[in-house]
Each structure stands twice: as C-alpha cells, then as structure tokens.
Design a protein around this ligand. Structure first.
Ligand code: SAM
Length: 264
C-alpha cells in the first residue's frame, strides 16, 4: 500500500465524516444516479459519501472499494444501518478483481491520491455495464486564491501540494480529468466546477470554511513534519493565517473543485 497524504488515525476518519457534511451541498446537486441499481464506489474511505448516496438514491446497492482495511472497518460501523445495501471490498483500485458488473461509478477525493490514476480507469472498465453512469469529484488545488496575502498559509500550501506529489498524488487532477477519461476510452464526458468564492458578505460561511480548511491542511501536518517539509511553527502559522482571513474586512477565499460525468 502506498503512503497516503491524510493517514488513517481516528481523528482523520472523523474528519472525512465531517467533510462530507460541510461540502455535501456543493457536491450533490448535479449528481444523478437515477435509474441505477448497482454502484461501484472507489476510494470510499469510511463511507462518508456512501451514506449520502444511500440516502439520495434509495434504489442503489453500493460496493465500497478501499485499499485500507481500517477505513473499511470504520465504514462498516458508519453504514451498519444500510444492511445488505452495502458491500465492502479491500483492494487496490488499480488492480480490481470484482464479482459483479455495475451500472454506475462514484469517486470523490480519491483519484488525487492514486499514482498512475489512469490505471484505475482501466481496471474498472471490465466491471461496467454498457451505458454505466460515472460521476467523479476531484481537487484542483491550483485554483486556491485568498486575500489578504499571508506568508504562513502560502508557504504551508506549497509544501502541502509538494508533499502530495512526493507521494505520487496529483493535487490538480480535477483539471486533468477530461483528458484522463478521454484517453481511457470513456464517452459523453462533461465537466463542471463547484466550490467557494467567499468574502465578508457571507461571513458565517467564510468562518466555517476557513475552519474546515484548517482541518484539511492539518491532516497532512504530521506527515509533512516527518518528511522535513515544515516545522511545528509552520503549522501554527498556517492556522493563525486562516483565522486572520476569517476576520479580515477584505477577506477572499476562493477554491474550485472539478466534477465530471461520463459513460463507458
Ligand atoms: C480522501 S479519502 C476520500 C474518501 C471518500 N471518498 C470521501 O470522500 O469521504 C481517499 C480514500 O482513498 C483511499 N485510497 C487511496 N489510494 C487507494 C487505492 N490505490 N486503492 C483504493 N483506495 C485507495 C484511501 O484509503 C482513502 O480512504
């Protein structure tokens, strides 16, 4: 198993649950699995998105694939309410061996972590029914803009993205999804953008998202310190700067992720 940016400690597992709540209203308005019965979720983690999918699409049976048994163990607890609507498979998504075929696929914040992620797109193909509906949501970290300019946050963000790249991930994979799916032979590919453009007009949301962002950034902190990319002081500076943005009269917090829909 390759190293993973956010790690698997219980606090991180809880962060994924909280994250799904904070971002859900941005992720789900477009996603449509209407008419689908069997969904393959790749990189399902602790089942945070699965819970939403089960609720939004009551006819879906979902197979959760993750390469971490500890994530799946936590997902089993979180999704116990769903009974046999959920199955769990512990596999590397680049080397899938599945027993069924699926009419839908959902991936959220997972391809960004997988080196050679095109191999995932190849690996799932034999298990997709014709006309299967795909919906992916992925990061586009170069889109991040904030005001006022703050050295601590800037420095930390550069190190965060470099750390992800050093693990074989791609912090800008959202921007490249179109080409990735095209080259893997998928069709009817459509791209959408979602995210935040916050300022003091929506001060409550600005505070909520800067707090969320702090947790996201911090989740890679111990790995970055161990890798010698940042110090404890750098981590504190990043947190302090996000608090400054939340209160600044001229604050701007902008970030876009990318969603893609496609079929086989
Ligand atoms: C940021 S989490 C996202 C989890 C979930 N999709 C969500 O949005 O809450 C990424 C997940 O991808 C899993 N993952 C990373 N590389 C993987 C691989 N090669 N095969 C399967 N799962 C992988 C990690 O274990 C982790 O649970």
């Amino acid at each position: 198993m390759t190293a993973y940016l956010h790690g698997f400690i219980p606090e991180e597992q809880q962060r994924l649950m909280d994250q799904a709540g904070v971002l859900g209203s941005l992720i789900y308005p477009r996603i449509d699995f209407g008419g689908c019965k069997k969904l393959l979720e790749i990189g399902s983690g602790v089942g945070a998105q699965t819970e939403t999918l089960l609720r939004l699409f009551p006819d879906l049976q979902i197979t959760c694939v993750d390469y971490s048994q500890s994530q799946l163990d936590r997902a089993k607890q979180n999704l116990a309410f769903a009974g046999d609507r959920v199955r769990f498979v512990c596999q590397d998504a680049k080397e899938l061996i599945l027993e069924e075929k699926y009419d839908s696929v959902f991936i959220c914040w997972a391809l960004e972590h997988i080196p050679n992620s095109h191999l995932v797109l190849e690996a799932m193909k034999p298990y997709l029914l014709s006309d299967a509906k795909l919906w992916f949501t992925e990061v586009f970290n170069s889109s991040f803009y904030f005001n006022p300019p703050l050295e601590g946050l800037s420095k930390y963000y550069v190190a965060y993205n470099e750390f992800q790249q050093s693990l074989g991930g791609d912090p800008d994979i959202g921007a490249n999804l179109g080409n990735l799916l095209l080259q893997a032979g998928y069709s009817q590919i459509e791209l959408f953008h979602g995210g935040f453009h916050l300022d003091q007009r929506n001060s409550e949301e600005l505070r909520k998202i800067t707090q969320y962002w702090k947790g996201l950034m911090k989740s890679a902190g111990s790995g970055m310190i161990t890798a010698g990319l940042i110090s404890d002081g750098d981590l504190l500076a990043m947190e302090k700067d996000l608090d400054i943005i939340a209160e600044d009269d001229n604050a701007v917090f902008f970030y876009h992720f990318v969603q893609i829909s496609a079929t086989v």
